[in-house]
Design a binder for this molecule. Structure first.
Ligand code: UGA
Length: 436
């Protein structure tokens, strides 16, 4: 059993802390927001993440998991402290480092003077290359002079919506440090997961994170560009991706064409990597194209809707299924739905929308929208129905009932969930993305 502290109670911090507690360690999660900590002490997770709340409850009960606003109390006797705070996008496209810097300073200030047992400061936040050095300097600059510590980079690869599963069954664990003894101790924390563990230097570990997100985003923009070409030339992108995927050198998991990527990671990380490249006098031509194609995917989808309803959405009722940036989360950060709804509203459309989980978040993020209680109410009287998030419950709808409820049965499928022929046989005017 190790004594671990996790700074930050966003999904990365909470999943890291709770899973390490579940593996038998003693974990204290620290956050400066008292209200969040109070709720967590009662077992209430501030975010929707399948399986997480139940796991928090179990580990609270077993006294392996604690929550506090006090760095001093948390760090008392701790062997490891993970920094898992947000690095949102700054105005110039770089990563905003204020929370990481504050965490590093607070760790330094609250560090007990220690000579024998060193504290290992592990950075899990997605940070610009070279941040490991900065974290080291900030901890050192604020700590007592005899404070003994090392910095390790341990980037995060879990996906929202399946973060607990991803944490417990990772494809790999990446550790970077200039102190091999420190990465060795962190490696031991991860041994129960029986995953491949890559040990390298800090900068390489930090780059593995950005490059991994950038290639996944590139796959998505690549297939969206192919989808665009398929549409003009009469091919079906879904079959194209399937046909490509049988080639063992090509991984088709992220070749789903649609309205593009959103969320708190891909958009900001691709921009931050492009920004870092520019700062170091390198031209990030591919990364810039990935960002542009992703913007185009939303714009082209809106154009398609407008075309299908007859060239003008003004006064038309548009039903929207799905608002979160992907299924199994209530997160709407950079969700394609936000831009698509805004563009349609600006052109005078009346929007009726429904999401299985993100309704509460949506109410504060998108204005002037009528929120419905299910897919059928969303379709009622609609001139077109759009699918933006591929929630499972939208895959099993009674399509005949939907068809009957609509004023004009136009179905625009932003995630290529439905079979075009089946939909047309049911009487829908159907359009997917990159499909015949
Ligand atoms: C992503 C990465 O997948 C994680 O490995 C990483 O840890 C995380 O970012 C992070 O940096 O914290 P996440 O943003 O939760 O995870 O979501 P993904 O499942 O990767 O999906 C991102 C977006 O791409 C979604 O909007 C999704 O709808 C879209 N997408 C995904 C597509 O449009 N097509 C695809 O084929 C796959």
């Amino acid at each position: 059993m190790s004594k671990i502290v996790v700074v930050g109670t966003g999904y990365v911090g909470l999943v890291t802390g709770t899973c390490f507690a579940d593996l038998g360690n003693h974990v204290t999660c620290v956050d400066v927001v008292q209200e969040k900590i109070d709720k967590l002490k009662e077992g209430q997770a501030p975010i929707y993440e399948p399986g997480l709340e139940e796991m928090i409850g179990r580990n609270l009960k077993a006294h392996r998991l604690e929550f506090t606003t006090s760095y001093e109390a948390a760090l008392e006797g701790a062997e490891f402290v993970f920094i898992a705070v947000g690095t949102p996008e700054a105005a110039d496209g770089s990563a905003d480092m204020q929370y990481v810097e504050a965490a590093a300073r607070n760790i330094g200030r609250s560090a007990p003077g220690r000579s024998e047992q060193p504290l290992i400061v592990i950075n899990k936040s997605t940070v610009p290359i070279g941040t490991g050095d900065l974290v080291g300097r900030l901890v050192k600059g604020n700590a007592p002079s005899d404070f003994n510590f090392a910095v390790v980079s341990n980037p995060e690869f879990t996906r929202e919506g399946q973060a607990v599963l991803d944490f417990l069954q990772p494809d790999r664990v990446v550790l970077g440090s200039e102190d091999t003894w420190a990465s060795e101790l962190v490696r031991e924390l991860y041994l129960p997961l029986e995953a491949p563990i890559i040990v390298t230097d800090i900068r390489t570990a930090e780059m593995i994170k950005y490059a991994s997100n950038a290639i996944l985003a590139t796959y998505i923009s690549f297939i969206n560009e192919i989808a665009m070409i398929c549409e003009s030339l009469g091919a079906d992108v879904k079959k194209v991706a399937q046909g490509m995927g049988y080639d063992k050198r090509i991984n088709a998991q992220f070749l789903n064409a649609g309205v593009g990527f959103g969320g708190s990671c891909f958009p900001k990380d691709v921009k931050a990597l492009a920004h870092m490249a520019e700062q170091s006098n390198t031209r990030p031509a591919l990364l810039n194209a990935v960002i542009d194609i992703n913007k185009d995917a939303r714009r082209l989808f809106v154009d398609k809707v407008v075309r299908l309803v007859g060239g003008d959405v003004n006064g038309k009722r548009i039903g929207v299924l799905g608002l979160s940036f992907k299924p199994d989360t209530d997160d709407m950060r950079e969700s394609p739905a936000v831009d698509i709804l805004q563009a349609l509203r600006e052109q005078g459309a009346e929007i009726h929308a429904y999401d299985p989980v993100a309704m509460e978040v949506a109410r504060s993020q998108v204005k002037g929208v009528h929120f419905c209680s299910d897919a059928y109410e969303t379709a009622a009287g609609a001139d077109a129905l759009l699918l933006i998030t591929a929630w499972n419950e939208f895959k099993q709808l009674d399509m005949e009932k939907l068809h009957k409820a609509m004023r004009h049965p136009i179905l625009v499928d932003g995630r290529n969930v439905y079979d075009p022929k089946e939909m047309r046989d049911l009487g829908f005017t159907y359009a997917g993305v990159g499909r015949k």
